[in-house]
Write a protein that binds this ligand. Structure first.
Ligand SMILES: [Zn+2]
Length: 420
């Protein structure tokens, strides 16, 4: 059972127009920036909640600010399959990352409701309030509300204006004493399926609109420093210097070489660097920088990070400097559920002739949800794989095809899950 091509085209048009509408809800004059617990978050929840209602769902905003809609099954108390993704963005974001998944879920329910079809399990659509972590530096706060794994200490984390999560929640209209109420019982949810743009070039290279995710790569993040000694740029001979930036440059070459050599699925990124004191005529004394490593399997991540960090120490020793690091974030690889994955593959095969399996190098809400429930993901090709960028773009025909595959996959997943 799936949307016919005409229904899918109409739905895809509505999705594009809604993505454009949501793109206007931003705190910046140029680009799209929508942060967790901001006034833009509140406005988006209201609008998306309205669309959920119009498509036949009962709607509520949960205790951590996720907007949730439920379309009941034949029997009102049946467990649900969740179709979700996030409504927050990074700074200067595109208009489809996360949002496309939420709006596609709403379209599936709209189609079922219009046809007056009730399935064996309920469908819930969730627009998570925070996946990106762009405001408070910790990610997946929305989905962690659903899994009941919120930590008390997070409430004191602050944004760059010094506003804590606790203060932001109160301003948003939430009660911190009720956070646990967002948590869902294991038995009430049968599975989680997320549709998302690929954010990479693989589908485009394969000339295919849709793919199924095998696993979501794990990640390690570190704050690192080379500490040397600043000095006069004219008077200190090269051999007496403790230049932190030269040490950093030597180490960077090692990072690229080693990561490429180790495994083609591993990636390492140094995205932030500050060179101090940062003056033309002063030898750099301290270089602070970030290191982000991602890839499949904890053992591979562990081995790469230990090689890179060890080499930092070696280079620092050779140059009479100090190398320091602190790990501040880690996620393990998430394997998508094989039963759900196979069902999605069959549905995609029906629509585009063949299915393709691919890993996700980016993190998603499915990471948190997988701690309690089986998860699966479907990727849609996006133009040149560009994402976290206003240039992010998705073809309307690809959205229509993915809705056909998604609707078929969800109906079959529900049929299979209802057998248990
Ligand atoms: Zn996303």
């Amino acid at each position: 059972m799936l949307l016919d091509s005409n229904e899918a085209k109409i739905s895809a048009l509505r999705i594009i127009s809604r993505c454009n509408e949501l793109a206007k809800i931003t705190c910046e004059d140029i680009g799209i920036t929508r942060l967790y617990l901001s006034k833009e978050h509140l406005i988006v929840n209201k609008l998306v909640g309205q669309w959920m209602k119009e498509s036949g769902m009962s709607v509520w905003q949960d205790a951590v600010g996720n907007i949730c809609g439920r379309y009941n099954a034949k029997f009102i108390c049946s467990p649900a399959v969740i179709l979700g993704s996030h409504l927050d963005t990074v700074k200067n974001a595109g208009r489809y990352d996360g949002i496309l998944g939420v709006l596609s879920g709403i379209e599936i329910v709209y189609w079922l409701n219009k046809k007056n079809i009730r399935l064996e399990l309920a469908i819930e659509v969730i627009g998570f309030g925070d996946e990106e972590g762009a405001r408070f530096g910790i990610t997946l706060l929305g989905s962690r509300g659903i899994t009941g794994t919120w930590k008390n200490k997070w409430l004191s984390y602050t944004d760059n204006q010094g506003i804590s999560i606790e203060q932001a929640m109160i301003k948003f209209g939430l009660n911190i004493k009720n956070i646990y109420q967002a948590s869902r019982d294991k038995k009430d949810i049968a599975a989680y399926v997320e549709l998302h743009i690929e954010q990479g070039p693989c589908l485009e290279q394969e000339n295919l609109p849709i793919g199924v995710v095998t696993n979501i790569h794990g990640a390690r993040r570190f704050k690192c420093s080379f500490i040397g000694e600043s000095g006069h740029a004219g008077t200190v001979p090269m051999k007496y210097r403790k230049d932190a930036l030269f040490a950093f440059a030597e180490w960077m070459k090692y990072v690229e070489y080693t990561t490429i050599k180790k495994n083609s699925q591993l990636v390492a990124t140094v995205g932030m660097i500050s060179c101090n004191p940062g003056s033309t005529n002063v030898i750099p004394g301290i270089v602070n920088f970030s290191l982000d490593i991602r890839g499949p399997q904890d053992i591979m991540l562990e081995s790469l990070s230990s090689l890179l960090l060890k080499q930092g120490k070696v280079i620092a020793n050779n140059r009479h400097l100090i190398f320091e690091y602190k790990e501040y974030y880690r996620t393990s690889e998430v394997i998508c559920d094989s039963i759900l994955r196979n069902i999605l593959c069959t549905s995609i095969q029906k629509i585009q002739g063949k299915s393709i399996l691919l890993p996700s190098g980016a993190g998603h809400d499915a990471i948190a949800i997988s701690e309690r429930w089986p998860v699966a993901m479907l990727f849609i090709r996006n133009y040149r794989g560009i994402s976290h960028n206003p240039e992010e773009s998705v073809d309307i025909n690809d959205i229509a095809l993915s809705l056909q595959a998604y609707s078929d996959g969800i109906c079959n997943i529900i049929k299979k899950k209802a057998e248990y």
